[in-house]
Design a protein around this ligand. Sequence first.
Ligand code: ZN
Length: 268
Amino acid sequence: MAIYDPTKRPASAFDTHTHLNDDVFWHDVAAYWARAREFRIMEMNIVGYNLVGNQRAIEIANEFEGAHAIVGWQPEDIREFDDKAMSILRQQLSEPEVVGIGEMGLDYYWEENPTHDEQIAAFKQQLALAKEFNLPVTIHARDAFDDVYEVLKDSDVASFGGVMHSFTGDAEEAKRFLDLGLYISFSGIATFKNAHEVKSAVQVVPHDRLLVETDAPYLAPTPHRGKQNEPMYVFDTIKNIAEQLGMTYNELAQLTTENAHRLWKINS
Ligand SMILES: [Zn+2]
């Protein structure tokens, strides 16, 4: 059975985590949007990470049909997440284009990042907002799975839901977060030849909890590895993961789109 039949129209697909709000795309969002449409990538979550990123995410969601905004503060920027930023974020969370909160979490990879305690405090603040606004969370975890798990376990995450974005753990790690009720989203990392651990996670995620994303401009999937990533390449990630799961492209594109609609409460 062919994974992808070029004579058939591809099913529409959903890039659940992309940064068209990043400087590298910002001058030309419409062009990147159009390129993705050629591959029938019809929906995207534009994910914010700081003041400017959040404002731009909402602007894009306002302008493009099928674009949705997620707003929040990533670990490396949380020293700017002050009272004023908090009140702006609260206003943004009430806007109709905003479907979720994030990206948030813990990143212990970069030495120069805020301290672990500072990161954990901002993470907890945003989890409290998720509960208050009843919005699903987008979680960034880098070299910090244990602490992310502990913080989430003590939150009410099962009530508002969320996703482990660009998942880099193995099958055991995935099971821990699945047990908290979370979805797991795979990026181009899952397509890399030597990513055996991540590929083992792909196999254990129940089909109704599986999502795909580019995390563009980072992490371009095979066969574009090393190039600047962009939303249209979620096509290649879906193709690759479909092959790992013994599904067709169209089956996985439809499945992950339905899952995204359920998690972020999007009616299409
Ligand atoms: Zn991201």
